[in-house]
Design a binder for this molecule. Structure first.
Ligand code: ADP
Length: 397
């Protein structure tokens, strides 16, 4: 049943006596009632009062009921409100016209109160049900749109996962190709030198023995480097790189980096250190810094010729960043390739016979990004390259 106290009706009639009669009746039935005495004021009341139903007299001066109804229906703010026409018995021909302009029903004057009440409550109920249905349909449509969106999202994720999987498969094949090719050279050096040492040891001069041992040593370094690169290529995502921060004095860190280079780099006598005086305490992942520096220095040595020097400058910036510069006077990087050298497997056109996988700088870029720092290359072909590294390392004590 309709709860009349919850409904507002707008009654429109230019005749004050008629108006009063019907208003009194509907009031007594518990409805909230708004009134208007002309078509124009009916349009305004309807817009601001938002009644649930309008009872509209057909014959009114200036704007008649039909025109008022047409305007109510064409206004989006009032178009959905049901309109019931009030017609005199003699005007029943107007019924059709009333329906044509959008009315839902009519009541005939003089009023049969029971009929008025029945028609009003029926239309309120229909309106309420329609309104609820519309809301339900809206909710369902929104739910449907949401679940379609979810499905689209899932399909996209699946597509991305498949892309990743395909990319990984491609990468694996590429790694295997490059690695097996790159392993061959140092392995054959080891085979040759060790067989020379084994078969001709007594006849070799001390200098030749040393040269063969050195070649084996360098080949082992090369293989070691390749293996650690391969281990890092496997990192699919920066977040997979685990960080281990520890506090260390800047000077101690520089000392550690120096000793690391001496043990891990074959031509460490070509490396020159310049360390700024600072008693700063840093918080950083030392292994990662070592790995990055080792890569940049090895590249500097590889892409220059003995006895050219590779300079390593270490300092602390005003904004508490560890700043490392590695400069060489080697072959340089062609200008149009400088933005690609951090890409996986990218090797510039001028590398010649120098060996490499093209993964070292990619790993550097990944590690630096994970550490929240930056790395940049400046290079002039034929004159050399400088790699500048900035890593945030403020100790939180
Ligand atoms: P790789 O050294 O195995 O080729 P990297 O990823 O370390 O691979 O470097 C990518 C490319 O960047 C190198 O192939 C080379 O073209 C260029 N490059 C890196 N460092 C230097 C350097 N110090 N001087 C000149 N070119 C360099």
């Amino acid at each position: 049943m309709v709860d009349s106290s919850k409904h507002t009706l707008l009654i429109v009639d230019d005749n004050p006596v008629n108006l009063q009669v019907i208003v009194d009746f509907l009031h007594s039935e518990g409805f909230r009632v708004l009134t208007a005495r002309s078509g124009q004021s009916a349009l305004e009341r309807a817009r601001y009062g938002q009644p649930d139903l309008i009872l509209l007299d057909v014959q009114m001066p200036e704007m008649d009921g039909f025109e008022t109804c047409r305007r109510l229906k064409s206004d989006p703010q009032t178009g959905a409100i049901p309109v019931i026409f009030m017609t005199a018995l003699s005007e029943t021909d107007y019924k059709i016209k009333g329906f044509e302009v959008g009315a839902v029903d009519y009541i005939i004057k003089p009023f049969q109160y029971a009929e008025v009440l029945a028609r009003v409550t029926t239309h309120l109920r229909i309106y309420e049900l329609t309104h609820n249905l519309e809301q339900l349909a809206e909710r369902r449509t929104a739910e449907l749109a949401r679940s379609l969106e979810r499905e689209r999202h899932l399909a996209q994720e699946l597509e991305r996962a498949l892309d990743k999987e395909r990319e990984l498969g491609r990468l694996k094949t590429q790694i295997l190709d490059v690695v097996s090719h790159e392993f061959r050279t140092p392995l054959s050096v080891i085979t040759q030198s060790s067989s020379i040492l084994q078969n001709f040891y007594p006849r070799l001069t001390a200098e030749k023995r040393l040269r063969n041992f050195k070649r084996i040593n360098e080949a082992v370094f090369a293989i070691d480097g390749l293996l650690s690169d391969v281990a890092l290529i496997n990192v699919r995502n920066n977040a997979d790189i685990n960080l281990k921060y520890a506090s260390i004095q800047f000077t101690d860190l520089c000392q550690k980096l120096k000793s690391m280079l001496v043990t891990k780099v074959a031509e460490s006598d070509r490396v020159r250190f310049m360390v700024e005086a600072s008693d700063a305490l840093l918080a950083t992942d030392q292994d990662k810094v070592e790995r990055i520096l080792l890569q940049l220095v090895s590249n500097g040595l590889k892409f220059s010729e003995a006895p050219q020097i590779v300079d390593v400058e270490l300092g602390i910036s005003d904004d508490d960043h560890l700043v490392i510069q590695v400069s060489d006077s080697g072959i340089g990087i062609p200008e149009n390739e400088q933005d690609k050298i951090f890409d996986l497997f990218y090797r510039a056109k001028n590398v010649g016979v120098r060996r490499g996988l093209g993964v070292g700088l990619h790993i550097v870029a990944q590690l630096v990004e994970r550490l929240g720092g930056t790395v940049e290359a400046e290079s002039t072909i034929g004159q050399g390259s400088t790699f500048s590294l900035r890593l945030p390392c403020e100790a939180d004590i």
